[in-house]
Design a protein around this ligand. Structure first.
Ligand SMILES: NC(=O)C1=CN([C@@H]2O[C@H](COP(=O)(O)OP(=O)(O)OC[C@H]3O[C@@H](n4cnc5c(N)ncnc54)[C@H](O)[C@@H]3O)[C@@H](O)[C@H]2O)C=CC1
Ligand SMILES: O=C(O)C(=O)COP(=O)(O)O
Length: 628
């Protein structure tokens, strides 16, 4: 390898990028979620079957920077070496409403649990800044003020139940706080309560009960109506709605359902016909509400829609009070359009004592008891405790509301690509010259898998995190990466390219392209004028495989020096010597060139971060410096 002695020019040849080493801690999502400062830990990585040598040991810091750089491969390899509890101080978990004992036991085995029921909004805001997690039911309003007061400490809100209308999701997302719920365990309880209300309303059970306790015997006043043969419209054919439908069919009712998002075959399987909203209102003798409360369903039952109902309709609501305009319902009850209503939920809970609706003689009420069976409460408590502990441990939750839900087997397979994604994002942003604002990012996944068989949301989130974290004052995580990118006016598009390789591996390569930006490393700009880098996972390790038009092969671990050069003998030795003189250990070099003796780039992996002097000296090497 001989260095040429031809003339030199400007000396700005070196671009260094720091890509942190892989983290094997299972608390990765936690550190990914929040910037904790646990002690660095040292892991020994067994040698892998690669052409490149990796350092036998290196220090990883379980901090935001390295967050979610975990490969499940590494986790399973090093699980025993890691004491997650020791790395993560015992988190504080505030439980603000009654939760089943089995759930509390799970929480207590993991963190400090404080059960403080009936906190005022002010007291909750005061307390929350000391809490890593908050577990609520429907009675606690988790408002923007709560997230503001948390001051970045709150990592997860667990809703011990289904409806998350009491949690300000937008604020949670902006503050990077994960929200999880327990969507399964109270389904049957809610459905059973719906059926209980339906039957007791039809037979005036609660009114008759009250009258007999008041010393009356009113047999003719409380003649009811039969259910058999009547049409029930289930509004919202989700988990609870479909269970109500099943049970109502068992009672001999003709069941129809309205749900804009429910698949027809799911309804057919239960023997239910899906109909339009208006059709449901016009045909039903009974209407049972099972949709979530959100801006599109708020007061969806109002004067206008009550007017479309069959006169004498009977309504059950175990969903949310807010889906009904309660004043309109009183009017419909008074006019006889609605013969009876049975309500478990109210716009305001508890409702005012003198509420006309509650006091109406044709209304049966219960105090939000849908989920309140012993069985459901134990189940919900376990479901939410596991979800919250999992999130605090750094696992992705299958019940996340404001982050990609990734089943564990998918996460385990994608884990090395998750690491690659973030490193590519981080590298791409470092290639942008100071004055350029990034506006448009394109992600290209090359894969042999069927598109339905590859969920790229977490990869997209990680690349986004890698790109915006260095240019954002706030911390970025899976929860708020997309939101923050949008706030910064960053357009992110994704493309899938079908590879003819084996579908055994989920992804062949990931390419990150930044358009309309200048680069501080001209070689990173492709023929199309975009900054373009590509990476692959090789033997579980993320590799940089293309920079601009140049193919390279550089393990993305430790520090990486990229320099442009003219391909000729002697270059590697010269640069290696300079680094050696500065006591910087080279662990690999990879040279990319378009063709022999032409322009190329050199990717040098080093164990120590090189100082400015060594970079300057490398810049003085002819044919390294010349062409940049
Ligand atoms: N009273 C209580 O104690 C309980 C109340 N609930 C309430 O019941 C609701 C439903 O619970 P799940 O069935 O578990 O939820 P789910 O998510 O399985 O079902 C909700 C269904 O509503 C549908 N939907 C959305 N917008 C709609 C619209 N405009 N019109 C008709 N359908 C619409 C959805 O497509 C979905 O299929 C929860 O959101 C919660 O508010 C749930 C459990 C207990
Ligand atoms: O799961 C739901 O959506 C419920 O409404 C149950 O509410 P709760 O947990 O009983 O306050």
């Amino acid at each position: 390898m001989a260095a040429s002695s031809s003339s030199s020019s400007s000396i700005k040849p070196i671009f260094t990028t720091r890509s942190k080493s892989s983290n094997s801690s299972k608390s990765s999502l936690l550190s990914f979620l929040h910037n904790t400062k646990p002690k660095p830990i040292s892991l020994k990585f067994s040698s892998h079957n690669s052409n490149y040598t990796t350092p036998p040991s290196f220090t990883i810091s379980n901090s935001l920077q390295t967050a979610l750089e975990t490969s499940e491969l590494h986790v399973s390899k090093f699980q025993d070496d890691l004491n997650v509890q020791a790395v993560t101080p015992k988190p504080t978990i505030l439980v603000s409403e009654k939760l089943g004992e089995a759930g509390l036991a799970i929480l207590r085995s993991f963190g400090n649990v404080e059960c403080l029921y009936d906190l005022s909004p002010e007291a909750l805001c005061e307390k929350i800044s000391q809490c890593d997690a908050l577990i609520v039911r429907s009675g606690t309003k988790v408002t923007r003020s709560v997230f503001e007061a948390a001051n970045g400490k709150l990592k997860v809100v667990g809703r011990a139940g289904v409806g998350i209308d009491n949690v300000d999701l937008q604020a949670a997302t902006e503050f990077g706080c994960l929200v999880v719920n327990a969507p399964i365990a109270n389904t049957v309880a809610a459905a059973e309560h719906g059926i209980a209300l339906l039957a007791s309303m039809a037979r005036n059970v609660s009114q008759a009960d009250a009258s007999i306790k008041a010393g009356k015997w009113l047999r003719s006043k409380y003649v009811g109506v039969s259910l058999v043969g009547k049409t029930l419209a289930v509004m919202g054919f989700g988990k609870v709605g479909s269970e109500v439908a099943r049970r109502a069919k068992g009672l001999g009712m003709n069941v129809i359902a309205h749900d804009p998002y429910a698949p027809a075959d799911k309804a057919r399987a239960v023997g239910v016909e899906l109909v339009s909203f208006d059709q449901a209102l016009a045909t039903a003798d009974f209407i049972s509400l099972h949709m979530p409360l959100n801006p599109t369903t708020s007061k969806i039952f109002n004067d206008e829609t009550f007017a479309k109902m069959k006169k004498g309709v009977r309504i059950v609501n175990v969903a949310r009070g807010g889906v009904i305009d309660e004043e309109a319902l009183v009017r419909a009850l008074d006019s006889g359009v609605v013969a009876q209503a049975a309500l478990d939920v109210f716009t305001e809970e508890p409702p005012a004592k003198d509420s006309k609706l509650v006091q109406h003689e044709n209304v049966t009420v219960t105090p939000h008891l849908g989920a309140s069976t012993k069985e459901a409460q134990e189940g919900v408590a376990i479901e939410i405790a596991e979800a919250v502990v999992g999130a605090l441990r750094g696992e992705l939750s299958a019940t996340a509301i404001n982050a990609p839900m990734v089943p564990s087997e998918v996460l385990s397979e994608l884990a090395p690509y998750v690491v690659l994604a973030k490193k590519l994002g981080r590298l791409a942003v470092q290639l942008v010259s100071g004055g350029s604002g990034i506006k448009s990012v394109k992600l290209i996944y090359r894969s042999a898998r069927d598109p339905d068989d590859l969920d790229t949301r977490i990869l997209r989130a990680m690349i986004t995190k890698g790109i915006i974290e260095p240019i954002s004052a706030s911390f970025i995580n899976l929860v708020n990466a997309d939101f923050t990118a949008k706030q910064k006016g960053l357009r992110i598009s994704e493309e899938r390219v079908v590879a003819d390789s084996s579908p055994e591996f989920p992804i062949d390569s990931i390419q990150v392209q930044l358009s309309n930006v200048d680069s501080k490393f001209a070689a990173a700009v492709s023929e199309n004028g975009e900054i373009s880098i590509e990476g692959k996972v090789k033997f579980g390790i993320p590799h940089l495989t293309r920079v601009g038009s140049f193919g390279v092969d550089a393990s993305l671990e430790g520090n990486l020096i990229l320099c442009r050069q003219v391909d000729q003998p002697g270059m590697i030795g010269k640069v290696g010597n300079i680094l050696g003189e500065h006591n910087v250990n080279v662990n690999f070099m990879s040279v990319g060139r378009t063709f022999r003796r032409n322009h190329g780039i050199m990717a040098i992996g080093v164990d120590e971060e090189p100082n400015q002097d060594s970079l300057k000296e490398i810049g003085k090497v002819h044919f390294v410096a010349r062409i940049l």
